[in-house]
Design a protein around this ligand. Structure first.
Ligand SMILES: Cc1cc2nc3c(=O)[nH]c(=O)nc-3n(C[C@H](O)[C@H](O)[C@H](O)COP(=O)(O)OP(=O)(O)OC[C@H]3O[C@@H](n4cnc5c(N)ncnc54)[C@H](O)[C@@H]3O)c2cc1C
Ligand code: SF4
Length: 482
């Protein structure tokens, strides 16, 4: 597709500006002061990384954002990116008790960003690598959120960690896949540097299975953590799919991260196939790059969409069109280029699957088709790398959800390759759990468990500050006895 910016560079830059800009100091103080510092706070329970949210908010309210950042990063080393990319309306902010009082929930994500930006901008170090090492060596495959979170935790437990990453840069989808208006890749790269500063070695540009074999890793490492994520987007399997303007939505988004914004090829009329969060990111970014029309087509109904409702509403506000109950049957081309997408109307068959309605075909004119129909599971890669590893019926690595241990005792796994594809914060939570599982396996002892949200609230008091409200002491004692 020829690169012809559809808008002036300044207009594209403005369109792609961050949706949630940083809070100023006074705004952060006011927002933090609204928090009720709830006992057994539901916002903590809703955070897969177990951040003690009221504790860090109180530190901001007391004018100590560096201490707040330490609190955040101790629970979630990717706290800066999660502050920007977490679907907070369905996690911590969705659980905030203020909603029940018909008030706006606390802007937890933006406060988290305020604290983590504070130390990043001033180059304040909140961690020191442990003085003693255990002598155990762990190889981590994949420098995405799962691999980085696992490595950071292992390093702090005193292990030697080497991460192997096939891409030139670390961060996984956090660096290459997140919508540009949510987070810049530099944030993800800075987090990888933070992990490196804990003593973790990051070796980028090395593909395990090509440049190094598992047998080679097993010779020099005591255990392996697998955090390889998911694969490329599934194929459409329709005629015309090979035309040059039929593009994987992940590749389209990758270009937004690796080229100047006005050099990203985008069509005037874009059709996005699929209705998950990736489809929403693709359609929204197409419009913000200057597409005159961008349409999502989905073979099921509006109510069946897997995208979060708040993301769907945002795409509609940006002018995205949505066509429901239509399935693509052919990409139409002329002179080797895409000119449209043939669609057929569908209705739900007896088993609920969409079935085409004969005689209802139409052509949606377009010059770019973005495929966002889900990422492939890494079954082929995993079977090749680890023939003995148990893969479950969903095509992901079977593992103990509490420890990340797989059917091969010295191999642990977490993140998208094990959960089938969730959010960054889930990958972080699973990477952490696996680090503690690995620690217990390698030292034959039980490590201090990763943060248990409800217990953490109980042990450290309502704010994590050690200051217990007197009337709650007996409540706390009762909770600890349970
Ligand atoms: C388009 C898109 C947008 C998203 N937006 C959001 C969002 O806004 N908010 C959110 O919370 N989540 C979002 N997600 C989900 C989130 O990005 C993932 O859940 C998260 O990145 C999973 O982390 P991971 O470490 O398991 O996998 P990945 O991030 O995929 O990282 C896996 C890493 O392993 C490397 N690797 C793979 N094979 C090998 C090998 N053989 N050798 C060496 N290295 C290898 C890969 O190169 C990659 O760097 C989005 C996902 C997509 C696809
Ligand atoms: S739920 Fe969490 S963020 Fe909301 S008021 Fe309570 S402690 Fe504060």
């Amino acid at each position: 597709m020829p690169i012809q910016p559809l808008l002036p560079a300044a207009a594209i830059a403005a369109n792609m500006a961050e949706l949630k800009p940083a809070l100023r100091r006074q705004e952060a103080l006011v927002e933090a002061s609204r928090c009720l510092y709830c006992f057994d706070a539901p916002c903590i329970m809703a955070c897969p990384a177990g951040i003690d949210i009221p504790a860090f908010i109180k530190k901001i309210a007391h004018g100590n954002p560096a201490a707040a950042a330490k609190s955040i990063l101790s629970a979630n080393i990717l706290g800066a990116s999660c502050a920007r990319v977490c679907p907070t309306p369905v996690l911590c902010e969705g659980a905030c008790v203020l909603e029940d009082r018909d008030e706006q929930p606390i802007q937890i994500g933006r406060l988290q960003r305020y604290a983590t930006d504070y130390i990043a901008e001033r180059d304040i170090k909140v961690f020191t690598p442990p003085a003693q090492t255990t002598g155990k060596r762990i190889a981590v495959i994949g420098a995405g959120p799962a691999g980085l979170a696992c490595s950071a935790e292992l390093a702090q437990l005193g292990h030697t960690v080497v991460v192997f990453e096939k891409q030139a840069q670390p961060g996984g989808l956090n660096t290459y896949g997140i919508a540009y208006y949510k987070m810049r890749p530099e944030i993800s790269l800075a987090e990888a540097e933070l992990v490196r500063s804990l003593g973790v070695e990051l070796r980028c540009g090395i593909t395990i299975g090509k440049d190094l074999t598992i047998a080679q890793l097993e010779k020099t490492f005591d255990a392996i953590f697998v955090g390889v994520g998911l694969g490329a987007t599934n194929r459409l399997r329709i005629p015309g799919e090979e035309l040059p303007e039929v593009v994987d939505a992940l590749d389209f988004i990758d270009q937004i991260h690796t080229r100047p914004l006005d050099r990203v090829p985008v069509g005037r009329r874009v059709v996005v196939i699929g209705a998950g969060n990736t489809a929403i990111d693709a359609v929204t970014q197409s419009l913000r790059l200057g597409a005159e029309q961008a349409t999502v087509v989905y073979r099921r109904s509006e109510g069946d969409m897997s995208a979060y409702d708040f993301e769907y509403q945002r795409a509609k506000c940006d002018g995205a069109r949505f066509l429901f109950n239509v399935a693509p049957v052919e990409v139409c081309g002329s002179a080797g280029h895409v000119i449209g997408l043939r669609l057929v109307r569908t209705n739900a068959g007896a088993d609920g699957r969409p079935e085409p309605i004969p005689g209802t075909e139409t052509i949606e004119p377009c010059d770019l088709v973005l495929k966002a129909v889900g990422q492939e599971k890494q079954v082929v890669l995993l079977r090749r790398l680890f023939p003995a590893l148990q893969i479950d019926a969903h095509g992901v690595i079977a593992r103990d959800p509490l420890t990340g241990q797989t059917s091969v005792p010295h191999i642990f796994a977490g993140g998208d390759c094990a959960n089938g594809g969730r959010e960054v914060v889930n990958a972080v939570g699973e990477g952490k759990k696996a680090a503690h599982g690995l620690h217990a396996f390698l030292t034959r002892q039980t490590a201090a468990p990763p943060v248990q949200p409800s217990r953490l609230g109980a042990k450290t008091g309502p704010t994590g500050s050690g200051l217990l409200h007197p009337v709650r002491v007996h409540e706390l004692e009762a909770a600890l006895k349970k």
